[in-house]
Design a protein around this ligand. Structure first.
Ligand code: SF4
Length: 347
């Protein structure tokens, strides 16, 4: 590394973190392994602003790993409702049960043991080990990959296993020698990637320009490659799926169905897509478009007002509108029902 002294990197980052980093996030207080783990899982695919709001609420409901393990998966999914990527919630529940059963309710310190738990990857395991136990371990999430790739001027596809290996080697090599800097360093790396060296408006290119402690070393900046790194690879093909939601309303009750087939909405409550009878009259409501990672859903809600409740089949059940916030539902359902409740309340 001719352009960089390894020890300079951590020094610069720790200094930057003290002045420009985030210090008041709820999970930075009282750092226990349970609290750190929960925040890391929530932050994986959800914005910080949303997590701040939901984190305390989740902890109030499940204050300990024991409380989480003892809950039903339905209760956990209900608390997670609207946050998306429900596999995280199912893994959270499974992980809590393993920690209680196999580790007497105490998360292990060893990053390799942490990584063996459901839903915990190598970088998340390292973050828990550093923040909860001061263990010497390197993180490498998507933000950190981008920062390192820019500083080292790596123009390859970062998903390639050779590049992943190289980035892990950089991440491990850069760890501060001074153990007392480990927490500030790891937090700094997360904060720098999330708030300074961002995908589209990195500090060095923002208007007005912001301070970047690595500008004189950064290969991407020197070679005018900031926008080109990380390399954008061909996106996964997004397929279309058309579905119907049968919105059956009887007074202030709606008919819902619990998805039991494996998939992204497994275990969540949705409107039935098929009915056991053919409604004589229905009103087609405004279609809903919902984008998932690999799929675009075109949902056509069809509303039917009934005088008498139809007989529920399979996993169907009638719910009063006041009961809906107790149920686990995917985001487009919660959005739709919020509007429906407002409409029915206004009538
Ligand atoms: S100079 Fe720009 S691209 Fe390089 S690390 Fe700093 S903010 Fe990121």
């Amino acid at each position: 590394m001719k352009f960089f002294k390894v020890e300079d990197f951590s020094k610069k980052l720790v200094q930057w973190q003290k002045k420009h980093g985030r210090h008041d996030l709820p999970w930075q207080k009282n750092r226990t392994a349970y609290r750190v783990w929960l925040s890391e899982i929530m932050l994986q695919q959800t914005q910080v602003a949303t997590v701040i709001h939901r984190y305390d609420q989740f902890l109030k409901r499940f204050p300990t790993v024991q409380a989480l393990a003892a809950a039903s998966v339905d209760e956990v999914l209900a608390e997670w409702s609207g946050m998306g990527y429900y596999t995280r919630a199912r893994n959270l529940h499974r992980c809590a049960q393993v920690v209680v059963k196999e580790y007497q309710g105490v998360f292990p310190r060893d990053p390799e043991l942490l990584e063996s738990l459901p839903g915990i990857g190598k970088s998340t395991a390292a973050a828990i080990a550093v923040f909860a136990y001061d263990v010497h371990a390197a993180i490498l999430d998507g933000n950190v990959k981008r920062v390192l790739a820019r500083i080292w001027g790596i123009q390859e596809d970062l998903a390639k296993s050779s590049q992943v290996k190289l980035l892990w080697a950089h991440a491990e090599n850069l760890l501060p020698h001074n153990e007392s800097d480990l927490v500030a360093y790891t937090q700094g790396l997360m904060d720098f990637g999330a708030t300074a060296c961002t995908p589209n408006q990195p500090a060095c290119m923002s208007v007005p320009k912001k301070f970047c402690p690595f500008e004189s070393n950064c290969q991407a900046k020197k070679k005018n490659l900031v926008k080109a790194i990380p390399l954008k690879v061909r996106k996964v093909k997004v397929t279309q799926k058309d579905l119907t939601w049968w919105v059956l309303i009887c007074r202030r009750k709606v008919l819902l169905e619990k998805r039991c087939q494996q998939g992204i909405w497994e275990g969540l409550w949705c409107f039935p897509e098929e009915l056991s009878f053919e409604p004589k009259n229905y009103q087609a409501l405004l279609p809903i478009r919902h984008l998932l990672t690999h799929q675009r859903l075109n949902i056509q809600p069809k509303q039917v007002i009934l005088e008498r409740q139809s007989r529920p089949i399979n996993q169907q059940q009638w719910f009063d509108l006041s009961e809906l916030d107790q149920l686990a539902m995917p985001k487009p359902m919660t959005d739709f029902l919020r509007n429906l409740t407002l409409t029915l309340d206004g009538e």
